[in-house]
Design a protein around this ligand. Structure first.
Ligand SMILES: [Zn+2]
Length: 136
């Protein structure tokens, strides 16, 4: 029993969150409001330029993950149903994990490359390259 508890303690030590102080990359938060039965998102272009990703790719991902349809009009994304911003922010984080940060060094300084129908993340910080799903 003692050993088991000791093991638990050690496991706990290992999974303590690492400090993020000094991290310059901040996950952008969505801005917008609800309008009737729709959700209006006003800072999509700022987010995609911050992430250095293709707007169509990012919007397609969001719509799919949020299971809604939407249209871009004058740089404003209109979703066809009410969705709270917390949920949208979670999806943005998921997008970043999947399509922005390097799986090797964890840095966001990456680019998406297409090669023979496959999509890759190429890390500009450490040079690592790994494939991501090309169909979303
Ligand atoms: Zn890297």
């Amino acid at each position: 029993m003692e050993d088991y508890e000791k093991l638990l303690d050690e496991t706990y030590e290992k999974i303590k969150p690492i400090s993020h102080s000094g991290e310059r990359f901040e996950i952008p938060k969505i801005e917008g409001h609800l309008e009737g039965t729709k959700t209006i998102l006003t800072n999509i272009p700022q987010i995609v330029s911050y992430l250095r990703r293709d707007q169509d790719h990012f919007v397609k991902y969001l719509l799919k993950e949020l299971a809604t349809s939407g249209t871009i009009k004058n740089n404003i994304l209109i979703l066809q149903r009410k969705i709270n911003s917390q949920k949208i922010n979670e999806k943005i984080e998921d997008y970043i994990k999947e399509f922005v940060t390097c799986s090797q060094c964890g840095k966001p300084d990456t680019e998406l490359l297409k090669d023979k129908g496959f999509l890759f993340i190429h890390c500009l910080a450490c040079g690592a390259k790994h494939s991501v799903r090309s169909k979303i």
